[in-house]
Write a protein that binds this ligand. Structure first.
Ligand SMILES: [Zn+2]
Length: 397
């Protein structure tokens, strides 16, 4: 029966073609007309109607949906020393990256964090590497409770390696040793603790990516110094990518050039709406190998601009000219937390004030805004910049 029907249909088709020998030409013409109409529609109603203000410097619009709302705060640390402390919040979930720059910073950052972390629980805590300007305030002082003691921590993710010793030459606990002790107390009271290496390998219950809700995800990125020894402690930095749908934010601690090369080689890095300037704006971080992949739209630097803390050589003082020269290809939107004042001939005697102050980046579905608690002036338009740095001619104008 079936084969009879098929034969009948074939015969009818043959007849139709004989009857209308130019039928295929008609079909082709209709397809062509439809294709042209679709092209015209796309040009006038999609391409011409796009909003260039939502596109970045490279003409790329948001490729997908941005979901939820995310707030990222770069904190001032209550003293004149460079260091990091970044508080990220979405819904009722907080992620704290580092607690610098000195043990006494706890007096400044703990009350600040409490303002936003109202339930006393930091769901995720990341300690990027074992330098004091990143871990000191986890410990605190005799009179100021550190971050670990002040908050309940859900999951703590820290460096897989360090060259630091747990004791000082005199046999006392070093700052790193004290950090380990406080961390152990936190684990005893229920915190989960994983190293970055456990995260990227998804070992012992650790995960590479953590869903924070509303399409927001935190991913621990891989880099070779989770496994290999480096003479530079900075290279052990835990690197994290936060994604809010199609919008991305990158945090690399104090990662240096070799680490950045590895980070760029081992991960598919996206265009980033925000990058925490590497290593306080050092000339040895935020290298082209990384920047050309992430093409940052906004760069926030945690440092005391112009401070002679590490060097009195202008070229090495944070934020460095070399770093600015590299970032300038992508964005002018550079923000800095603090500013050195009273810099004198004695390199140890200087003071500090706010530059932008505490920097708050709010990323909603429709926009990304940056507001400083002191002011929201971008670095190239500050008096300090005009006196100490230059904007390269090839830079974004
Ligand atoms: Zn540092």
């Amino acid at each position: 029966m079936a084969s009879k029907k098929r034969k009948k249909a074939a015969k009818q088709a043959e007849k139709a073609i004989k009857k209308h020998p130019k039928l295929w030409l008609t079909v082709l013409a209709i397809v062509l007309i439809l294709a042209i109409a679709a092209g015209v529609y796309w040009y006038f109603f999609v391409y011409m109607k796009r909003d260039p203000s939502t596109e970045d410097n490279f003409g790329r619009g948001p490729s997908g949906e941005v979901s939820g709302e995310l707030t990222i705060r770069f904190l001032e640390l209550g003293n004149k020393y460079a260091g990091d402390c970044t508080l990220i919040k979405t819904g009722n979930t907080e992620v704290l990256i580092d607690a610098g720059s000195r043990q006494g910073s706890a007096a400044t950052i703990v009350p600040y964090i409490k303002e936003y972390c109202t339930d006393g629980v930091l769901e995720y805590v990341i300690a990027t590497h074992a330098h004091q300007d990143h871990i000191a305030a986890f410990v605190g002082t005799a009179s100021e409770k550190g971050v670990f003691e002040s908050f309940e921590c859900g999951t703590v993710i820290d460096f897989s390696r360090t060259n630091q010793s747990e004791t000082t030459d005199s046999g006392a606990r070093s700052l790193y040793g004290k950090y380990l002790d406080c961390l152990q107390d936190e684990v005893r009271s229920g915190a989960k603790h994983y190293t970055a290496l456990e995260c990227v390998n998804e070992e012992n219950g650790a995960k590479k990516s953590y869903a924070l809700g509303e399409g927001i995800e935190m991913t621990i990125l891989d880099q070779k110094f989770y496994r290999e020894k480096s003479s530079d402690e900075n290279n052990y930095s835990v690197c994290m990518l936060m994604t809010q749908g199609s919008r991305s934010f990158l945090f690399t601690g104090d990662l240096e050039k070799e680490g950045e090369e590895s980070l760029a080689a081992l991960n598919t890095l996206p265009h980033c709406a925000l990058f925490k300037g590497g290593h306080h704006g050092s000339r040895t971080s935020s290298n082209d190998v990384l920047l050309q992949k992430i093409t940052p739209e906004t760069v926030c630097i945690c440092c005391c601009a112009g401070s002679p803390e590490y060097s009195t050589d202008s070229a090495a003082i944070f934020p460095t000219q070399e770093m600015i020269d590299r970032v300038a290809r992508y964005t002018k939107n550079i923000y800095v937390t603090s500013l050195a004042t009273d810099v004198s001939y004695d390199p140890k005697a200087w003071n500090y004030t706010s530059m932008n102050g505490n920097i708050t980046v709010t990323s909603s579905k429709t926009a990304l805004t940056v507001v400083g608690s002191n002011n929201s002036t971008i670095l190239p338009e500050t008096a300090w910049f005009r006196e100490n740095r230059t904007w390269p001619s090839y830079g974004v104008q």
